[in-house]
Design a protein around this ligand. Structure first.
Ligand code: CU
Length: 136
């Protein structure tokens, strides 16, 4: 199924949910605020994560700067391709993330662009570094 079809189905789902919330708010005025909140949440589904391929080479993280928009869900698909590095794991101190990076095996590391500015990532000794650069 194409992503366009998926999107259409998702929108249909949202419309169905919104319709239900509206009908309920008519019959149960006391629940109106709750229903409105639920409808709003349904109308704004969390965006799908954007995957970015990252390599760990003798030069470090490649790329070592990744642009993101505030609030975006990013997944770094990281493959370490050398043993000539101390980045056998990645740490993201802001988000209390530490993930091992086995040789030649892609590992998905989710990172939320939770604030504007730099969200640093690094090897466990903070020698090899990079950052998610988050803008509004
Ligand atoms: Cu290191």
């Amino acid at each position: 199924m194409s992503s366009k079809q998926n999107l259409s189905l998702a929108l249909l789902g949202v419309l169905a949910l919104t319709g239900t919330a509206y009908a309920d708010s008519k019959t149960k005025p006391a629940d109106k605020a709750t229903d409105a909140k639920a409808a709003k949440a349904a109308a704004k589904p969390e965006a799908a994560a954007r995957h970015i391929k990252v390599g760990v080479t003798e030069a470090g993280f490649e790329p070592n700067e990744i642009q993101a928009k505030s609030g975006e869900n990013i997944v770094l698909d990281i493959t370490r391709v050398t043993d000539e590095t101390c980045a056998t794991a990645i740490v993201i101190p802001d988000q209390k993330i530490r993930v091992d990076l086995p040789l030649n095996k892609e590992v998905a590391v989710p990172v939320k662009a939770s604030k504007v500015g730099r969200i640093a990532f690094a090897c466990p000794m903070n020698m090899i570094t990079g950052a998610l650069v988050v803008t509004e």
